[in-house]
Design a protein around this ligand. Structure first.
Ligand code: IMP
Ligand code: MG
Length: 181
């Protein structure tokens, strides 16, 4: 998608109800797996904020749940294909020996997530898993799967529920497709 031009909301791809239901299913699986343990959710800013805030509130109270964040930016436009990302904000927590789940809004090519996974896994967490709300299988460039995925979606640009176009529309409660005006 171009970085210039006018885009507008076209139609809802996933309703807030569908998202809510799927988020609670994912939370139930995670709760089963980490019952009685400490678990650090690491959200990738800014896109994962809304998803993660709903997700953690559905986690069973028997899981000792912690939150941390990491912020990255891609190197320019073409650099996304290399997966090289610039670390803007690191986690505050030392994750060595801890259970970690990295939370992202969307896996497009997957390069950002594989880069971050390698970086964080190198710090020696006891367990390390990944959780994305959306995945675009048609765009995937890397051979890796997420441990928890909300929805597989077609190759369309979507916004809302944390996802943005040029910083806009993160606050929409539903997930929308955009089109060029
Ligand atoms: P990847 O490295 O190609 O997987 O890029 C992932 C990043 O691209 C996500 O964290 C989003 O910021 C952005 N992105 C990819 N597809 C979309 C979309 O449909 N809507 C909003 N952001 C997207
Ligand atoms: Mg993002």
């Amino acid at each position: 998608m171009e970085s210039t031009g006018n885009y507008e909301l076209d139609h809802i791809m996933l309703t807030r109800e569908a998202v809510r239901e799927r988020v609670s299913e994912i939370a139930a699986s995670i709760s089963d797996e980490y019952r009685g343990e400490e678990l650090i959710f690491t959200g990738v800013l800014k896109g994962a904020v809304i998803f993660m805030s709903d997700l953690v509130r559905s986690i069973d109270l028997s899981v000792d749940t912690r939150m941390d964040f990491i912020a990255v930016s891609s190197y320019g436009n073409e650099a996304t294909s290399s997966g090289a990302v610039k670390l803007i904000k690191d986690m505050d927590t030392n994750i060595e020996g801890k259970n970690v789940i990295m939370v992202e809004d969307i896996m497009d090519t997957g390069l950002t997530l594989s880069y971050l996974r390698e970086m964080l896994a190198a710090r020696g967490p006891a367990t390390f898993k990944t959780c994305v709300l959306l995945e675009k299988p048609d765009r995937k460039k890397i051979d890796s799967t997420m441990d928890y995925t909300g929805f597989a979606i077609p190759d369309k640009f979507v916004v809302g529920y944390g996802l943005d176009y040029a910083g806009k529309w993160r606050n929409l409660p539903d997930i929308w497709c955009v089109t060029k005006r």
